[in-house]
Design a protein around this ligand. Structure first.
Ligand code: AHN
Ligand code: ZN
Length: 320
């Protein structure tokens, strides 16, 4: 008996069932180059530390970009006292697609950058602000490219994009308050205390993107996401599998990260964090994390595109 073997080495029956699986029709046209240019444009403003001129200029540019794509864009927040006693302004940016829809999804990323490079090998440079190409601009760049797609091809559900402020103002490593969790994610905490939703239109779930642009980034399942945001975590990693991106999204547990998803989870929006937390050389974040090497040299368009295609297709697969 002749068993036909396809070039993949599978029998025809196996090849057929494989091809059925391969028939998933990807939607949208997420451009890696466009996402990369959105990242670079933010970095070109300089470090985006809350209260700085560069932060303000970048914020105005982000509002302008989102206004071209979304139905509504608002900026909100009130000043907070940070861990070091500084009063810092908070400006969360909130863009909405189909604001009338009750079935909604929330996407988030932080756009501020860390005022210090407390992980830099050069101790003399640790008090200078970082460029935050990966830590800040990467997630926002992916969300802008998603916004551009959503304007062209509307999703069936409503989508809100939250660009959080003051995520990265957390207590410095050399301070007595290092490891105090609530010194981080100040903008997300404020958003979570003042949710702009009713019981009827609260997002079903959220997806946070943080540090999605590192070279060869791999996204393990962040610990709190697997515990408290099972639905979006399952959806994201299943979509990655459908898109043939299991190398980028292994179904393996990653680090437990204090990030903007935690205030959202506590406020009732189960939010998964797509973040590089198991880098092959550090075992945790990307080697450039909180150093002056977090610049465009480390930004990998294929990492941006892996994260962006997955999130965009999760959105398009969501039914009202
Ligand atoms: C930890 O330091 C474990 N989390 C801080 C979250 C963060 C900082 N994300 C980006 N920068
Ligand atoms: Zn950071």
């Amino acid at each position: 008996m002749l068993i036909s073997v396809s070039c993949s080495g599978k029998t025809s029956a196996a090849a057929e069932s494989q091809s059925v699986e391969d028939q998933f029709a990807e939607r949208g046209s997420f451009s890696a180059d466009s996402a990369y240019s959105y990242v670079k444009r933010q970095v070109d403003f300089g470090p985006r530390v809350p209260g700085s001129d560069a932060h303000k200029a970048c914020r105005e540019w982000l509002v302008e970009q989102l206004s071209a794509y979304a139905d509504t864009v608002t900026v909100s927040g009130t000043p907070v006292t940070a861990w070091d006693g500084a009063t810092i302004p908070v400006h969360n940016i909130f863009a909405r697609f189909k604001p009338e829809s009750q079935a909604r999804i929330l996407l988030a990323a932080h756009y501020d950058t860390r005022p210090w490079a407390d992980h830099d090998p050069d101790s003399d440079a640790r008090l200078k602000p970082i460029y935050g190409a990966n830590d800040g601009a990467s997630g926002v760049g992916v969300l802008l490219e998603i916004a551009r797609n959503l304007a062209k091809e509307n999703p069936e559900v409503g989508v809100d994009i939250l660009l959080t402020d003051a995520e990265d103002y957390g207590a410095r490593d050399d301070s007595p308050r290092a490891h105090e969790e609530d010194t981080w994610c100040l903008g997300a905490q404020q958003f979570a205390r003042n949710l702009p939703y009713t019981a009827a239109d609260t997002p079903r779930y959220g997806i946070l993107l943080d540090m999605v642009g590192g070279r060869g980034a791999v996204f393990h399942q962040e610990y709190f996401s697997t515990r408290y945001a099972q639905k979006p975590t399952a959806k994201v990693w299943a979509m990655a599998r459908k898109l043939g991106l299991t190398d980028r999204f292994p179904a393996k547990e990653g680090g437990a990260i204090n990030d903007d998803h935690l205030p959202l989870i506590r406020a009732g929006i189960p939010t998964t964090d797509i973040i590089e937390s198991n880098n092959a050389s550090t075992g945790s974040f990307n080697p450039t994390w909180h150093t002056h090497d977090d610049n465009m040299d480390n930004i990998d368009p294929s990492s941006l595109s892996a994260a962006g295609r997955v999130v965009l297709n999760v959105i398009y697969s969501e039914k009202p």
